[in-house]
Design a protein around this ligand. Structure first.
Ligand code: NAD
Length: 361
């Protein structure tokens, strides 16, 4: 079976890091018999430049037909003055909505080789392996009404709406319980049920869904406590499930526990397992075009794609092992080199391919 992959490199370092992930993919094709058809398409600033829209219709059509989407990054200072609907970020938000990619998987894994890169003590973070499942298409980022209005006294007031319907809570809870079943079967649901009615409903629905997963141990934490626990004793967590806004913040905290944003992959899935795979970081305009970006987050995103959308768990493991071997060899891009010797984006991509070839015998 040929797997159709939409390739949306986007802006800034997106182009460089996706090119390296494609090298890995090509190696899987040549050496491991993996059959793939690539469909490149424009998104973000590139979409605006070519088609006048951050999510061109052509791109959405390509993504709808694909089995999975490999995404680089979007954004750049040259687009900051565009009206909100034309900005690159809108392309990604619209794509997630259009494809109903409601379940955002953000692993925070600390490779033992990089334990010193964390700002926390190595004993607190060594071996860290957390999965944060963030609701991605609802909550305060999408709730209506929203805007900035002028009050009677002439003062301006900004407002947003935090809403979650039961079905939205139920499907993200199920997604998180399913992932917990593949891991250590411990799920922590994070909310603010002591203050917010939305959170009260969230907690009630998650608890109800837990009835269908008797093997998973469910706990609840308020978001303020969860953020403290993440930096106090992060290894207590296995899977965390939470809302769009809380997940946005907590997953960045978890990301920093691992020391480098250039190492962190992510996935956004729909209810059938189709997904968009992208590094957690942005388009890094400060280093774009200079062969400095770390491509490993994107290569690890490809591994997640193989596991979660393309049912190729063995190939996923091979790619992850290859990344581990490269780190074992001491090969580092500047962001993870701690001031030591470093290689460029392309050299890191080549090193992963070389390690992969060796694993293939
Ligand atoms: P950023 O993640 O692009 O960069 C933050 C810092 O991390 C920078 O110093 C950058 O050089 C570094 N960095 C990021 N990725 C790296 C990598 N792979 N290797 C080495 N270093 C890396 O965040 P930002 O600077 O706040 O945003 C830049 C642009 O990216 C903005 O336009 C923003 O809107 C956009 N953005 C896009 C996404 C996305 O595409 N999903 C996510 C976040 C930000």
């Amino acid at each position: 079976m040929t797997n159709k992959i939409a390739v949306l490199a986007g802006d800034g370092i997106g182009l460089e890091i996706v090119a390296e992930a494609l090298k890995t993919l090509q190696c899987l094709q040549q050496d491991f018999g993996f059959s793939v058809e690539l469909e490149p398409a424009a998104i973000g600033g590139a979409g605006y430049d070519q088609f006048g829209k951050p999510l061109p219709d052509e791109t959405l059509a390509v993504c709808r037909q694909a089995d999975a989407i490999l995404f680089g990054a979007i954004g750049g200072p040259q687009y900051d003055r565009l009206e909100r609907d034309l900005r690159p970020e809108k392309g990604l938000l619209n794509l997630r909505s259009a494809l109903a990619l409601f379940s955002n998987l953000r692993p925070a894994i600390l490779y033992p080789q990089l334990a010193s890169a964390s700002s926390l003590k190595p004993e607190l973070v060594a071996g860290l392996d957390i999965m944060i499942v963030r609701e991605l298409t609802g909550g305060i980022y999408f709730g209506q009404p929203r805007g900035i209005r002028v009050l009677e006294n002439g003062e301006r007031q900004g407002f947003n709406t935090l809403v979650y319907a039961e079905h939205e809570i139920e499907r993200i809870a199920r997604s998180a319980f399913d992932i917990s079943m593949l891991r250590n079967r411990r799920l922590c649901s994070v909310d603010k049920a002591n203050v917010l009615e939305v959170s009260e409903l969230w907690r009630e629905v998650v608890t109800r869904v837990a009835g269908d997963y008797p093997d998973v141990e469910l706990s609840h934490l308020y978001v303020d406590n969860a953020s403290m626990q993440l930096v106090r004793a992060p290894k207590q967590f296995d899977v965390i499930v939470t809302t769009n806004l809380f997940g946005d913040i907590l997953s960045d905290t978890a990301a920093m526990l691992t020391g480098s944003i250039g190492m962190l992959p992510s996935a956004s899935l729909d209810s059938s397992g189709k997904g968009l795979y992208e590094p957690v970081h942005g388009s890094a305009p400060d280093i774009a075009g200079r062969n400095l970006a770390n491509p490993l987050a994107t290569i690890l995103s490809l591994a997640m794609m193989l596991r979660y959308s393309l049912q190729q768990a063995q190939l996923a493991e091979l790619v992850e092992t290859a990344v581990g071997r490269v780190l074992d060899q001491g090969i580092r891009t500047a962001d993870i080199a701690g001031g030591g010797a470093s290689v460029g984006t392309a050299e890191m991509g080549d090193a992963v391919v070389a390690a992969l070839r060796k694993l293939g015998g």
